[in-house]
Design a protein around this ligand. Sequence first.
Ligand SMILES: Nc1ncnc2c1ncn2[C@@H]1O[C@H](COP(=O)(O)OP(=O)(O)OP(=O)(O)O)[C@@H](O)[C@H]1O
Ligand SMILES: O=P(O)(O)OC[C@H]1O[C@](O)(CO)[C@@H](O)[C@@H]1O
Length: 319
Amino acid sequence: MNTIGVLTSGGDAPGMNAAIRAVVRMGRNLGLKVMGIRRGYNGLINGEISEMDRSSVADIIQRGGTILHTARCEEFKTEEGVNKAVNIIKVFGIEGLVVIGGDGSFMGARALCEKGLPSVGVPGTIDNDLAYTDYTIGFDTAINTVLDAINKLRDTSTSHERVSIVEVMGRHCGDLALYAGIAGGGESIIVPEVEFNVDDVCKTILEGKLRGKHHNIIIIAEGVGHANELSSAIKNITGLDTRVTILGHIQRGGSPTAFDRILASRLGARAVELLYDEKGSRVVGVKGNDVIDADINEALKMKKDIDHDLLKLARVLSK
Ligand SMILES: Nc1ncnc2c1ncn2[C@@H]1O[C@H](COP(=O)(O)OP(=O)(O)OP(=O)(O)O)[C@@H](O)[C@H]1O
Ligand SMILES: O=P(O)(O)OC[C@H]1O[C@](O)(CO)[C@@H](O)[C@@H]1O
């Protein structure tokens, strides 16, 4: 293998730049030519591709977002779109591809593997919704962003003795809500994986009030939806004043934490090593403190569940 490509796809995540840097520098270290593809799979279809050298990734390890830009590309979900990309890949002499993104992006990588292009997926998404890896790049930074917001909301919740409902990202996966909830001492954590009952939430609030609590933080994942309806219901049932904060895309930005930078550096480098060793159709991840790789099909088949023990612990500790 002489030439590899790298792209970022799906939602951006802090640490994607550190991963690109690792891909480029490990690639160069192994004597490979590294091509940067801009705007995700759109760039593969449109030929937005140019060579990256060591200095093109200087001064980016600390930056959020992705210097290659990212996109959600509907055309690439079609056979025609993938075929167009395959033709462009040939024009640029790309023999292997590193895809940094979430599960959708990995499906795109799998489509390219099926067309004969060895591709390796690097998990980059704040959702932490990939079952085969303990953590995805960007998740840790996003937790810390949510935590900063919770700390501030707790101040004003206490002053006004209000219930503060905080909606965090996570379409199908409650990890961000759970981890930020544990770290922020949230009173209730509501995730898409587990059904919730408004009466239980209100009971927790009222019991806390009886024990002399002045604040109440409820963290809800966006996948559950209806944060405003929940707020109204809590107000009606408990008689307490409520406020909703939807954190939104703030969670996707910011300088990556040390954890995310190190994870991105390790996973980006391993992805290149796999391609160099002629191992395509793989994804890289972390289990415990070990970098692992897995078959892309197997990884995509695995179903992610919430950590029920952690959820139970959160309930015990918030009482
Ligand atoms: N089944 C598929 N076949 C080919 N390409 C796909 C497929 N699913 C998704 N993609 C490509 O991957 C892109 C990113 O997917 P998606 O929008 O689901 O984000 P993601 O990678 O899951 O990231 P995030 O979790 O941050 O949203 C899509 O816009 C599309 O270009
Ligand atoms: O960039 P968009 O399309 O607004 O994506 C939002 C979605 O992306 C994610 O942040 C994942 O990156 C989800 O949690 C969220 O629902």
